[in-house]
Design a protein. Structure first.
Length: 158
């Protein structure tokens, strides 16, 4: 239930994103971010707001732990659309978390895969892959390298 406790606090983020995912090409762009993660429900959830100052974008992630299935659901929204996108669902084995879900990209159905890597108390990595062939092949299209800038933040009592 406390798999994401490591992410509490403030972080600087180095983003590397493929400009045209699932196009058979494209270039990578790099841009900074800063994020703050606050716990919810005594560790069974958290909320994150990230700011990408050079591309005029903000994002919000909501992570919730389902106590019955013992799986996490991760939801994303951003300031450009205001929509809450379908979740990816999964969990951690050791210091690696894998999360999968159905979504769309440019109007076509895809599978999404998020991977979390807990690298130490002050570093973490997130990766996103898309599959246009129901998971037979995957294309890495976004990475985020996190470096802690502030202490873990507490939340409201459980």
């Amino acid at each position: 239930m406390n798999d994401f406790d490591f992410l509490r606090g403030s972080w600087d983020v180095v983003n590397r994103r493929l400009t045209t995912p699932l196009s058979g090409g494209g270039t990578w762009e790099e841009f900074p971010g800063h994020t703050v993660v606050r716990p919810l429900f005594g560790g069974a959830g958290n909320i994150e707001e990230i700011v990408f100052p050079t591309i005029d974008l903000r994002g919000m992630t909501l992570r919730l732990f389902d106590r019955e299935t013992e799986r996490w659901s991760i939801y994303w929204s951003n300031s450009r659309t205001g929509r809450l996108y379908p979740p990816v669902v999964g969990g951690f084995t050791g210091d690696r978390g894998d999360f999968y879900g159905d979504d769309t990209h440019d109007g076509r159905p895809i599978r999404a895969h998020f991977t979390w890597h807990r690298l130490g108390p002050d570093t973490a990595r997130w990766e996103q892959e898309f599959s246009a062939d129901e998971g037979r092949s995957w294309e890495l299209n976004w990475t985020m390298d996190f470096t802690r800038t502030g202490p873990a933040l507490g939340g409201l009592a459980a």
